[in-house]
Design a binder for this molecule. Structure first.
Ligand SMILES: Cc1ncc(C[n+]2csc(CCOP(=O)(O)OP(=O)(O)O)c2C)c(N)n1
Length: 356
C-alpha cells in the first residue's frame, strides 16, 4: 500500500536544516566563496612573487570562520588569530583595505606598517588586531568581556585560536578566569589537527579539546567545521548564553587547513589520506553550496553570478591596493596614541600627531 506523503512535511524538514532566512543564507554563501577565492588568488600572487608579504592560508576552515563570526552582533567583538582573516571579513573588514594592508600601503589597516595578517579594526568593526604570541587574543578577550560585564553592556567577546595554542598557559588562565567571573565570552578553538607540524596526539592527552571544558565547569561543544550551519548554531547558542549572563562556552571546531602553516611551508607532515578525506567530505564551501542547491535556495546560474561578483570584488580590491600610496617616512612616528585619531576606521593617512 502506498504511503501518503505530506509535501508540506518534506518542506518543513528541509527548512529545519536552515536556521536563517534565505537571503541571509545567500549572503553566507557569498562570504564563503569570497573567502575561498581570496585565499586561492592571494596564494597564486604570492607564488608568482607579486605579493610581498606573508600568507597564512585558512583554506578549508571557512566554515568555522564564517560560522562563528556570523553569530556576533555588530557591537560584539572578535579576537582572531593569524589564520582567521575569513572571520574578520565576515565581521566586516573591508576587502579593499585588507588588500592594501597586504601590499603595505597607507590605506591598509595598519597604514603600511605591516604586510600581512596583523590586521584589525577596533574602532570600526570591533575586530581586535591579530597579535603573534599565541594565544594572546584570549586574555585580551577575557579583559574585554570583564569590561562589558562591569559596565553592564550587553556585549559579547569571541576569541579564536588554533589547537596548538591550547597548550599555552594563557589559554588555561583565560578559561579559568572567564568561568570564575562568568564572563560574556565565547572561546573558539579551530582544531586543524596540527600545531604547525605536531599532530594532536603530541599536543594534549585528551581525545578532544571540547572535553577540557569540564575542568573549567563550562559547556564544551565539538562541531564539524565542514558544516557552516552546525558551527553557526553552536556559536549562536554560546553567544546567547554569554549575553544572558550565563558565562563562557568552549567550542572546538574540527577543520583541517588544506595548506601549510604559512606560504613557505609545503606541509609534508600532513598525511595525504587525511587531506583527501577532509577535502572530499569536509569542504565547507562545497557542502553549503550543495545544500542550498538541493533545497532550491539558489540555482546553478545563481552560483555562476555569485562567482562573477566575487571575482570582480577581488579585482577591485587588487586595483585599490596597488593604487594606494606607500606611507611617508614621517608616518612611522605618527599615531602612537589612540586619542589622536590616527587609528580611526577611515582609510588614508589619518590624523595623528608626531610622537615625542
Ligand atoms: C607563544 C608562541 N609560541 C610559538 C609561536 C610560533 N608559532 C606560530 S604559529 C604556530 C603554530 C600554532 O599552531 P595552532 O595553534 O594549532 O594554529 P595553526 O597555525 O595550526 O592554525 C607556532 C608554534 C608563537 N607565535 N607564539
Amino acid at each position: 500500500m502506498a504511503t501518503e506523503v505530506d509535501p508540506t512535511a518534506a518542506e518543513a524538514s528541509t527548512a529545519a536544516r536552515r536556521p536563517l532566512p534565505d537571503d541571509e543564507l545567500l549572503d553566507m554563501l557569498h562570504m564563503l566563496k569570497l573567502c575561498r577565492y581570496f585565499d586561492e588568488r592571494m596564494e597564486a600572487l604570492y607564488r608568482q612573487g607579486r605579493l610581498p608579504g606573508a600568507i597564512y592560508s585558512g583554506r578549508g576552515q571557512e566554515g568555522t570562520h564564517v560560522g562563528v563570526a556570523w553569530a556576533l552582533a555588530d557591537d560584539d567583538s572578535l579576537f582572531p588569530t593569524h589564520r582567521d582573516l575569513s572571520a574578520q571579513l565576515t565581521k566586516g573588514l573591508d576587502l579593499k583595505r585588507v588588500m592594501a594592508q597586504f601590499w603595505a600601503r597607507i590605506d591598509g589597516y595598519t597604514r603600511g606598517r605591516d604586510g600581512n595578517s596583523h590586521i584589525g579594526d577596533w574602532s570600526g568593526n570591533k575586530t581586535f588586531t591579530v597579535m603573534s604570541h599565541l594565544p594572546i587574543a584570549y586574555p585580551v578577550a577575557a579583559g574585554a568581556a570583564l569590561a562589558y560585564k562591569l559596565k553592564r553592556e550587553p556585549r559579547v567577546a569571541l576569541a579564536i585560536c588554533g589547537d596548538g595554542a591550547t597548550s599555552n598557559g594563557r589559554w588555561h588562565e583565560s578559561l579559568n578566569t572567564s568561568s570564575i567571573f562568568r564572563l560574556p565570552v565565547v572561546w573558539v578553538v579551530n582544531n586543524n589537527g596540527f600545531a604547525y607540524s605536531a599532530p594532536n596526539a603530541l599536543e594534549f592527552p585528551t581525545a578532544t579539546i571540547a572535553e577540557r571544558a569540564v575542568a573549567y565547569r563550562m559547556p564544551g561543544v565539538r562541531v564539524d567545521g565542514g558544516n557552516v550551519l552546525e558551527v553557526f548554531e553552536a556559536a549562536r547558542a554560546a553567544v546567547e548564553r554569554a549575553r544572558a549572563g550565563e558565562g563562557p562556552t568552549l567550542i572546538e571546531s574540527v577543520s583541517l587547513r588544506w595548506r601549510g602553516h604559512a606560504g613557505h611551508d609545503p606541509a609534508k607532515y600532513m598525511p595525504n589520506e587525511m587531506l583527501e578525506e577532509f577535502m572530499g567530505n569536509s569542504d565547507p564551501v562545497r557542502n553549503f553550496e550543495e545544500l542550498l542547491l538541493t533545497d532550491g535556495v539558489i540555482t546553478t546560474e545563481g552560483v555562476d553570478e555569485l562567482m562573477k561578483r566575487v571575482e570582480s570584488e577581488f579585482e577591485e580590491g587588487y586595483e585599490f591596493a596597488l593604487a594606494s600610496p606607500f606611507p611617508e617616512p614621517g608616518d612611522a612616528t605618527k599615531g602612537l596614541w589612540v586619542e589622536d585619531g590616527y587609528w580611526s576606521s577611515e582609510p588614508g593617512r589619518g590624523g595623528g600627531t608626531e610622537a615625542g
